[in-house]
Ligand binder design. Structure first.
Ligand SMILES: Cc1cc2nc3c(=O)[nH]c(=O)nc-3n(C[C@H](O)[C@H](O)[C@H](O)COP(=O)(O)OP(=O)(O)OC[C@H]3O[C@@H](n4cnc5c(N)ncnc54)[C@H](O)[C@@H]3O)c2cc1C
Length: 339
């Protein structure tokens, strides 16, 4: 167990915000996690992974927890599937690289998303037509209140678009410690999204899909080691179909997709509109406010271009939301967690 006081969180968030935490504690087992929860009962707690979906807006006057549990193991298999249990602190992309190496498929489209296994199951990360929920069998978590362990089935996680029960009714109540994935022994490539199919070419393998995804991502998204960001800053808004039809009369080229309805059925009255398009139409692509910039290659991403402060990012995000609301009458909201 590692405990440090009054430390800078700069190395622990990909936006590179130089804020401080009163306490930073890292555990190497579930028993150590329980001991920390007991020791710091009553203090404000924040569990982080790689800090790639966070915006620290100020110093954190409490305990920041991080996992150093980084193993993965096969817990079961049959003729078609293999069940892999991964610990929360394992870097998701390292797990995916290992699985692709072994020819095990299901997660390859999520290659190169920064972050750790635990948070990916909170956020239901998604990319190139696949979401974590498609392969998550169950999630093991520890209650912050009393340290009790609970296993959540996929259905109990209440997954939605970048959403889960851990972001809603159970927000701040559980720490995910393990995720069990059900993965394929027989490869069924999912290549329908964008230009993935042409980038992959003939005879795809899990590894060739992974490599293609990485090539595409490297062209469009900032490298976290070079430019601070938290990936897509905003969620793509979902609007009633009538609203989309109204906008299509004014903007016939507006991209739009049928979205799952509240009942989970396709095409019954809801439309998803890419937030990147809305933001670009408002003229924000490439623009700066203070040290923060709307990324010139992908306007959905806000970047720390020049020593941005938390206020710079917050102000830029607010200005973008305001303009999109005024021009299109659509409220866009951050995907990133403000802390
Ligand atoms: C360049 C870039 C590209 C990205 N591309 C994508 C993409 O394609 N698709 C996508 O979905 N996301 C993308 N993201 C966003 C981000 O990588 C994911 O949301 C990722 O899952 C966050 O993981 P993390 O470990 O960094 O979580 P953190 O940012 O550390 O935490 C995120 C949230 O989860 C909570 N949390 C963390 N660990 C746990 C735990 N064990 N138990 C309970 N709660 C926990 C935190 O308190 C916080 O609220 C991108 C980010 C960047 C910087």
């Amino acid at each position: 167990m590692l405990i440090r006081e009054n430390i800078s969180l700069l190395p622990f968030n990909t936006f590179r915000m130089d804020v401080k935490a009163k306490i930073f504690a890292e555990y190497s087992s579930v028993e150590e996690l329980r001991a920390l929860l007991e020791q710091y009962k009553g203090e404000p707690l924040l569990h982080i992974g790689a800090g790639s979906n966070l915006l620290f807006t100020k110093d954190f006057d409490g305990v920041v927890l991080h996992s150093a549990m980084r193993r993965a193991r096969c817990v079961s298999e049959d003729a078609d599937y293999v069940w892999i249990e991964a610990e929360n602190g394992l870097v998701l992309d390292e797990l995916i690289a290992q699985l692709c190496d072994m020819g095990i498929s299901g997660l390859e489209n999520l290659s190169y998303i920064p972050g750790e296994v635990g948070a990916s199951a909170v956020q239901n990360v998604g990319a190139y037509g696949v979401e974590a929920k498609d392969v998550i069998e169950s999630v093991r978590a520890v209650s912050i209140a009393d340290g009790a362990e609970r296993i959540f089935s996929n259905a109990e996680c209440q997954y939605g678009y970048r959403d889960s029960i851990f972001k809603n009714s159970l927000r701040g109540k559980y720490i995910i410690t393990h995720v069990v994935y059900r993965l394929n022994k027989h490869f069924e490539p999912k290549l329908n999204y964008g230009n993935l199919s042409s980038e992959v070419g003939f005879n795809p393998t899990p590894m060739s899909v992974r490599e293609a995804v990485i090539r595409i991502r490297q062209q469009k998204l900032p490298e976290v080691s070079e430019l601070g960001s938290a990936g897509s800053f905003f969620k793509n808004p979902v609007v009633p179909k009538e609203k989309a039809d109204e906008l299509l009369k004014l903007y016939p080229d507006m991209p739009h997709y049928n979205a799952p309805s509240l009942e989970g059925r396709e095409g019954v009255g809801l439309c998803k509109i890419p937030a990147a398009w809305l933001i670009e139409q408002c003229g924000w692509k490439g623009k700066m406010m203070g040290g923060a910039q709307c990324y010139e290659k992908q306007p959905l991403v806000l970047v720390n271009r020049n020593n941005a402060t938390p206020e710079d990012i917050v102000n830029l995000a607010a200005a973008i939301c305001k303009d999109v609301k005024e021009k299109f009458g659509i409220a866009i909201s951050p995907e990133v967690n403000y802390i």
